[in-house]
Write a protein that binds this ligand. Structure first.
Ligand SMILES: Nc1ncnc2c1ncn2[C@@H]1O[C@H](COP(=O)(O)OP(=O)(O)OP(=O)(O)O)[C@@H](O)[C@H]1O
Ligand SMILES: Nc1ncnc2c1ncn2[C@@H]1O[C@H](COP(=O)(O)OP(=O)(O)OP(=O)(O)O)[C@@H](O)[C@H]1O
Ligand SMILES: [Mg+2]
Ligand SMILES: [Mg+2]
Lengths: 152, 168, 152, 168
């Protein structure tokens, strides 16, 4: 299992080093083991440098940068070991237009192999979807589905 | 193992049976604040065996049963049914011939719980076992709840390690 | 000071009971003391019921409902004792269109007496503003102001 | 007590002197992710005396000094200046005749700190005293940081009480 963890870590790290600069349109990032001598107990650290900036303490990143870095890592784990489906609840909320369109582009690529469910308030994210499920509460406190669109 | 269909009855803000037919690709769930979108995702996590009430925004599991609105009385049971395609042979060997896996979870106000796989009664552990090691199980990297997206970045190094282990 | 706290609590509560249904277009809410016998130590609880729904444990509210309830309470404290200025960083992010426009309407009303600074990614919130400051990072890692518009 | 002007030099992502002229009413600060908008708000809180490094997203106060970019070297000092209109006579009695109150805070890499009110050296406590009891002081209900909006709802009853006390 030490070996399996090491392999998983290396595979995820390899993806992360590609996906981060894709989503950020530049910059670089990698994962590091906090204690490479102890593979059973070591933690995993993120080092990230958005384009034009220097590597700094992750807390200093902006709200949108943190969200996009998190997405990059999650997609990296995903590409290492695809899950059958993926639920994303308002993950696109903090992203500006440019980051949003690269995020949606990546989602599109991954969606060949994985079924994605996204909750979003963003019109552009809605346009990206293959299917659209509208939920409302026209009767007091009662949810129902009001519209479904399947793009053909 | 795609989700083909989801049926929600009496779970949170869905007192009436609501059926979702899902397709491959990207499905967007949209609507105004408070209309029930996150509740749909929680229904999926609940039928897959979610037991942590706090991650269902609740204090006790009974809170997930529709507890009434201005115009409707509470109901006595929450039931969610999930139908998955058995494309990667994820079903237990006894069900290897099925094209679909149907998982049902039911909770009554008195606390009684039922679990079924393909309409056969089973235990909670049988349901969670289906998703072990798939990325949508307990330490899921493929389920991001509202407001949690930067968890991965803000997490302690030991917590982040757990996510990587899921990919091992 | 027990008396002063009681007065502040009552005044804020009175505002809250008006502002919540304004922002939610219905429903009701109030504050309650967890221990009215001990004014020096008591906590303050929120009871909120969006339109059409029943009063429930606050955790069950949606992301947007929680944000709007928080805004209602903050504006209530504000109206009780106006602060000289107010900084709101991406407070409108979780709101749908209808809630957003009532939020902006309230901001407009309060802005007679209070100077507001809002960070937003939302085009409609930008249209509400009297002044618009654009910040960019065209030079690597260096922030500067690129545009300023003052509506006359 | 409106904010009339803000000058940022060497603070976080602002290595060059940046001046903001502010007017009454609603000012929107806009721009792409990571361009410096929240940094502007943190500059305002910092010059008003914010000492809690964690609420400035930092591990130590030195982190707020511009620490370089791909094309620029770090600088040795962060300075923020805030000019407020003295409309409600908020200045200390000795300055009651001033129309404006100018607050300056400077931090050097060696840890040395300066504070000035109207260009006269003072202590941190003199700066924070200006804002005591105004709603923008330490337990501010008028400053909502990014991601913190539902704090008021998620907070413990005792924490919420503290906000109400600020309005007393
Ligand atoms: N057991 C229950 N009975 C009735 N209503 C419930 C129950 N549990 C939750 N709700 C209601 O469901 C609503 C929340 O729904 P949900 O979180 O799915 O909204 P949402 O569509 O995700 O909104 P947002 O866009 O703001 O995130 C709340 O108003 C809550 O009162
Ligand atoms: N001391 C410093 N020196 C140089 N750059 C810094 C320093 N501190 C923070 N930064 C940079 O400032 C950027 C964050 O800026 P800020 O949080 O203001 O962005 P923002 O405009 O609010 O973005 P968002 O819309 O994503 O919230 C980060 O990329 C961070 O690396
Ligand atoms: Mg939601
Ligand atoms: Mg920000």
């Amino acid at each position: 299992t030490k070996e399996r963890f090491r392999q998983a870590f290396d595979a995820v790290n390899e993806q992360f080093q590609e996906i981060f600069p894709f989503l950020f349109k530049g910059g670089e990032a990698r994962l590091e083991l906090t204690n490479a001598q102890d593979l059973l107990e070591t933690g995993v650290e993120i080092l990230a440098r958005p384009p034009g900036k220097r590597i700094q303490n992750m807390d200093l990143l902006s709200g949108g940068e943190k969200a996009l870095t998190a997405v990059a890592l999650i997609f990296s784990i995903f590409l290492t070991k695809p899950s059958p489906f993926c639920l994303l609840d308002e993950v696109d909320a903090p992203l500006d237009d440019a980051n949003l369109s690269r995020f949606n582009e990546m989602l599109r690529k991954l969606s060949d192999r994985t079924q994605f469910f996204v909750v979003t308030h963003n019109k552009r994210s809605m346009q990206e979807a293959d299917s659209l499920y509208g939920v409302t509460m026209e009767d007091a406190g009662t949810s129902r589905v009001v519209s479904v669109e399947f793009m053909e | 193992m795609n989700i083909k269909r989801l049926e929600i009855l009496g779970f949170k803000s869905f007192p009436d049976k609501t059926v979702f037919e899902f397709r491959p690709g990207i499905t967007a769930v949209v609507g105004p604040n408070g209309c029930g979108k996150s509740n749909v995702f929680e229904a999926i996590r609940w039928v897959m065996g979610e037991q942590r009430v706090r991650s269902l925004r609740s204090k006790k599991m009974e809170d997930v049963i529709f507890n009434g609105s201005e115009t409707r009385k509470p109901v006595g049971m929450a039931e969610v049914r999930l139908v998955l395609s058995n494309s990667e042979g994820l079903a237990p060997p006894s069900m290897a011939d099925y094209d679909e896996i149907m998982i049902t979870r039911r909770l009554f106000r008195d606390g009684e719980s039922h679990y079924e796989i393909n309409n056969i009664s089973c235990r909670l552990a049988d349901v969670t076992d289906l998703f072990l090691d798939t990325g949508v199980g307990r330490n899921s990297y493929a389920i991001i709840e509202q407001g949690q997206v930067d968890f991965v970045v803000a997490a302690k190094p030991e917590e982040r390690r757990v996510l990587i282990e899921e990919a091992a």
